[in-house]
Design a protein around this ligand. Sequence first.
Ligand code: PLP
Length: 368
Amino acid sequence: MALTSKSPPVAALLNLDALHANLARVRALAPGARILAVIKADAYGHGLVRAAHALLGADGFAVARVEEGIRLRRAGIAHRVVVLQGYADREEFQAHLDHRLEPVIHSVAQAGMLAAHRGARIRPWIKLDTGMNRLGLTPQAFDHAVKRLTHLQPVLMTHLACADAPDAPATGRQLAAFEDATGSLEHPVSIANSAAILAWPQTHRDWVRPGLMLYGLSPFEGKTGAELGLRPVMTLKSRIIAVKVLQKGDSVGYGATWTAGRPTRLGVVAAGYGDGYPREVPPGTPVLIDDVRVPIIGRVSMDMLTVDLTDHPRAGPGSEVVLWGEGLPLETIARRARTIPYTLACGVTARVPRVETEGDYGASESRL
Ligand SMILES: *Cc1c(COP(=O)(O)O)cnc(C)c1O
């Protein structure tokens, strides 16, 4: 979909077909597992309710917080909804009961509250800490909680710290600890995030919990989603709003950190860190204009960034600029900014309109 002169200066195009395709990719990778689609943090910046509606083919949804679960229910989502942090107090506990949300039980206090409530009809996910040392019960407390909550047919779960590192011994240790605690129990189990779905098939078990890969992004450093058979969902687009010619020796932007080594045709793009584009990228980081990679020069500012159009004379005011997505992997930009795809996707700011699209954007990738 093209930005027209009436379009906003920046837009995040969201390809819902790609979301479906990525869900199908998870199914193909883990055919025996049910899928808990992770849509926390506003579906990694893609929109909570939009993502849920596009992913109705999943078997359930996971969010981080109670409020997100309530939003799903108010939007008419009837699937199982798991709250990854569970409840922190009575009020949140009541919200779980009222909205049929399934809490992750990671503390003794949470387990006690649910066990003490007669007639509760919500299914808990009981979490064992196998070495990540973030949320989760110790083996003793886990054992105790499973016994007390068995009548609610819990799912038993853990979370891996190093699934994105295929050689890390930590994963084997975590899996062994999980097996020790759950091997003799009959309840369904859940271990795998995106990295584990892709790299550790033995973790698929009863429920997989994909997040990042649903959005077409790779959890592995140095790999893109496309290389893993995924399609990018978000394409962040802007346009050129001014062009000027610099003489050799002229500098560009805040701090005057970039100086023209030759006469330079400079383009000003109407997107900056106020939209969530990372300020940390060095000069030379590419944007895509008419399927041609063009380098950023100077520092990214709040509402604008500057590019070198000298070698792309066809580009001018109004030209469409892809900052990441179709044809220019978000992973490439994350790497340049020395961050991870998660933070860029989540970091697209509220002022950027999300525009739903479908289908293939055409051959932009193949023409590169
Ligand atoms: C966020 C999260 C996931 C999804 O992780 P991805 O790396 O995005 O696939 C799965 N499980 C838990 C407990 C999480 O917090």
